[in-house]
Ligand binder design. Structure first.
Ligand code: XMP
Length: 519
């Protein structure tokens, strides 16, 4: 990305911390563009990026171990301010001649940071002598390299903050990027704003102008195809491309019949009616059902859904010979995670999307206008582009849709029952203000029959399970503690309004050992 529109930039040097992406998000929240580079990156690529400051992330290793990742020593003589966080600080200390040792006690969690002086400038605007910070380390710096000073300590870390006034090199033992360090944002702001003197232009309007200019330059007057799924990323790509190239964009929306209640109509209403985008809806529910017949294993079902999607999409795409580009909703975390190597250059196709493999088939070049953006930035530009909040802030929905929420074989009748139950649950969550408090919520269809009673007669009907989870990263999750009265209300509505359901349960399993989806 050229520097004129996005302003000054920060480079995040990644040692593999679980918080590296969080550092990048915090910097961008401050309006400064940044990218994550692997610790293996070359000095040439770093110089080419032309950062006004460098942040060294934390990492899982110990600097005491031979062969552990290092900062390239030339980085220290680039005359660019450097801030090392946790492992980043320990590597600065060790490499510049200080001493690091394995602490007798691992420090993990909340700690009180005692401010010794304000000389570093990192603590500007912090008036208290003691602040809460988040620690997560085993090693500690015990003696400073030549020319460095200490500016903070904790009970366990005699040197919790260090700096070299002339070289503008700084270190923090704690994590300013996590919300458990309440003044962390101010500390990062002091570094990127004051010390690095970055002028931030990274905001939704500029991101959109830049993307629009890039799309126009890339595709010229050629035609672009986008697979619209109804999810956040493809929705924002559609809105962005429509702004950039108008009716050169054609979208294909494959309705697999496994979507939430009325979802297909909502997608058409938003993009075709409100945005005036050319959207071809392919109602392929029958074909998906046919291909799923007799399949009960979740992975077999996933594969069948993925394959049918590609068949249907390709058939549609081939009808339009004039298409020259394929657009994709790849976002920055996909680029980082799929590359496994954060040198900011790898471009990969979203593997968990059903469109994986399409470019090879189609032999079309790919355009990925969101590939530099985090999810929260995608949502912000979506709002700026006028997309409805219901699309932008919707819970994640798996590619195979209700196909993995109906246990075992999928039948038309089951889909309809599940759609109705799910809709009741979601509407109630929204109404009672719980929807945005949980990370993901949905209903699951269990193809077993249980006895119920209506009036004087017994009925023998299906079971619905409700699932609502709280999670940060979807790798671990816990069941949301929704009020009993709320669950009772949802349960009563589901059983009263859907005669085919005689019992409702609430899933309280954590992940692990359970998963979020039931299949
Ligand atoms: P699990 O069930 O693995 O889910 O705990 C974690 C997150 O991933 C979503 N998920 C999927 N998304 N295709 C997708 O696009 C899939 O096959 C798939 N399986 C699970 C799930 O909804 C949750 O957000």
């Amino acid at each position: 990305m050229s520097q004129d529109i996005i302003g000054d930039r920060i480079l995040i040097f990644d040692f593999g911390s679980q918080y590296t992406q969080l550092i990048a998000r915090r910097v961008r929240e401050l309006g400064i563009y940044c990218e994550i580079y692997s610790y293996k990156s070359t000095i040439t690529s770093i110089k080419k990026f032309n950062p006004k400051g460098i942040i060294l992330s934390g990492g899982p290793e110990t600097v005491k171990q031979k062969g552990s990742p290092k900062v390239p020593s030339k980085l220290f003589s680039l005359n660019i301010p450097i801030l090392g966080i946790c492992y980043g600080m320990q590597s600065i200390a060790q490499q510049m001649g200080g001493k690091v040792k394995l602490a007798s006690k691992r420090e993990f969690g909340h700690a009180k940071l005692r401010v010794l002086n304000k000389a570093s400038g990192l603590l500007k605007g912090i008036t208290k002598n003691s602040i809460n910070v988040w620690m997560s380390h085993g090693d500690q710096v015990v003696s400073l390299p030549k020319g460095f000073k200490t500016f903070a300590k904790t009970n366990n870390s005699p040197i919790a903050g260090l700096f070299h006034p002339q070289k503008k090199i700084y270190g923090l033992q704690f994590h300013p990027e996590v919300t458990h360090t309440p003044q962390g944002k101010q500390i990062l702001k002091n570094f990127v704003g004051d010390i690095c003197d970055c002028k931030g232009l990274w905001n939704s309007k500029n991101i959109i102008s830049k993307a629009v200019a890039e799309i126009r330059e890339k595709v010229g007057s050629e035609k672009v195809l986008l697979g619209l799924s109804g999810g956040v990323d493809s929705a924002v790509v559609a809105a962005l491309l429509s702004k950039a190239i108008g009716d050169q964009l054609t979208c294909v929306f494959v309705d697999n019949g496994l979507l939430r209640l009325n979802e297909g109509d909502q997608v058409m209403d938003t993009f075709k009616s409100k945005f005036g985008i050319k959207v071809k809806r392919v109602n392929a529910g029958n074909q998906f059902l046919k291909d799923l017949k007799g399949k009960i294993d979740p992975e077999h079902k996933r594969k069948a859904i993925g394959k049918t999607f590609i068949d249907v999409f390709l058939k549609e795409a081939k009808k339009n010979q004039k298409i020259k580009w394929l657009a994709q909703g790849t976002i920055y975390p996909d680029v980082i995670e799929s590359a496994g190597n954060t040198n900011g250059t790898a471009h990969v196709i979203k593997s968990h999307h059903n469109v994986g493999g399409l470019p090879d088939y189609l032999k079309l070049p790919v355009i990925e206008p969101l590939k530099d953006l985090f999810k929260d930035e995608v949502r912000k530009i979506g709002l700026e582009l006028g997309l409805p909040r219901e699309i932008l802030f919707r819970h994640p929905f798996p590619g195979p849709g209700l196909g993995v929420r109906i246990l075992g074989e999928i039948k038309r009748e089951y889909i309809r029952i599940l759609q109705l139950a799910d809709d009741i649950f979601i509407r109630e969550l929204v109404e009672e203000g719980y929807y945005d408090k949980v990370s993901q919520a949905f209903a699951v269809f269990l193809p077993v029959k249980s006895v119920g009673v209506v009036g004087d007669s017994r009925r023998y009907e299906y079971v619905i399970a409700l699932r609502a989870v709280e999670t940060i990263d979807f790798m671990t999750a816990k069941a949301a503690t929704l009020p009993h009265s709320f669950l009772e209300k949802v349960s009563n509505r589901v059983m009263n309004e859907i005669p085919e359901v005689s019992r409702v349960t609430y899933d309280i399993s954590s992940k692990p050992p359970a998963t979020i989806e039931w299949e």
